[in-house]
Design a protein around this ligand. Structure first.
Ligand code: HEC
Ligand code: HEC
Ligand code: HEC
Ligand code: HEC
Length: 161
């Protein structure tokens, strides 16, 4: 076990000797990825609401144009996002999408002033990307849930005081 850990650590150091701040691979955590599993067969481009499965739970409350999916999602290659200048980017680079309009957050994000960075091994830091905190379709509420308040030992569940 010790052996394995060491190997992984040294690999990380070799691979990321230049990139000291890392963003986790999103494609493991984005629901319904890979998209082309279905979308290679689906040819529609204008969404009809309410969206059918598997997208029935998506909420859209962002800027006015948020229901224009192709503003951010590549129309033909659903496994990619797309910048306003039509450059295709990976889901791992979604912060580039956000800072097109939230320009002031770019430098803040890079410097660690907005967002969160957690250190791990010496020199290598993990940086939370925008969508780990903000739902891209409805960014107002952070995606995390607060812990429930501690229960007072003398208080029964649901009792009024
Ligand atoms: C299990 C199948 C399935 C998967 C996987 C899937 N979708 Fe879809 N998606 C659909 C269906 C069905 C529709 C509705 C198509 C229609 O309106 O006729 C749809 C509609 C959409 C639309 C609305 C515009 C359009 O083309 O109709 C977008 C945007 C979209 N999906 C994005 C994605 C993205 C991004 C992923 C991957 C993260 C993804 N989908 C994964 C089945 C899927
Ligand atoms: C402001 C840019 C933006 C717009 C507009 C947008 N999306 Fe997304 N969407 C994203 C980003 C960024 C992600 C990846 C989030 C992540 O990494 O967790 C995403 C993820 C998704 C996913 C995969 C996550 C899941 O819960 O299944 C689906 C499906 C999806 N979008 C559908 C749509 C549809 C349908 C529309 C239009 C009605 C749309 N999006 C409009 C930025 C956008
Ligand atoms: C095309 C421009 C555009 C893009 C791309 C965009 N936003 Fe926004 N965003 C806006 C606008 C405009 C508002 C203000 C909306 C309003 O007040 O109605 C906003 C509002 C927000 C807010 C504040 C919400 C609130 O109500 O307090 C957050 C947080 C946010 N965006 C995060 C993101 C993230 C994260 C991304 C990338 C996934 C992103 N935005 C991509 C234009 C954009
Ligand atoms: C570690 C979590 C975290 C990360 C990462 C993060 N944010 Fe935020 N952001 C917040 C919180 C918390 C707020 C304040 C509460 C709210 O409005 O939802 C906020 C507020 C905002 C706002 C609205 C208020 C303001 O200051 O203008 C925007 C826009 C925004 N973030 C964009 C972004 C963008 C773009 C990125 C990536 C470059 C990003 N955020 C990364 C947690 C985060």
């Amino acid at each position: 076990m010790m052996m394995i850990t060491k190997i992984i650590v040294s690999l990380l150091f070799v691979g990321q000797a230049l990139a000291q701040v890392v963003i986790d691979d999103r494609t493991f955590s984005v629901p319904n990825f890979p998209c082309m599993k279905c979308h290679s067969e689906i040819k529609t481009s204008t969404p009809t609401f309410p969206l059918p499965k598997p997208h029935e739970d998506l909420k859209f409350k962002h800027m006015e144009d948020v229901k224009n999916c192709k503003l951010c999602h590549d129309q033909n290659d659903r496994d990619k996002l797309r910048l306003i200048n039509e450059k295709k980017i990976s889901f791992n680079d979604s912060h580039l999408l956000c800072i097109q309009c939230h320009g002031e957050k770019g430098p803040d994000f890079r410097s660690g002033a907005h967002g969160k960075q957690v250190g791990s091994w010496e020199g290598v830091k993990h940086r939370y990307t925008c969508v780990e905190c903000h739902n891209p379709h409805a960014p107002k509420f952070p995606q995390w849930k607060a812990d429930p308040p501690p229960i007072h030992p003398n208080r029964k569940t649901g009792a009024k005081h």
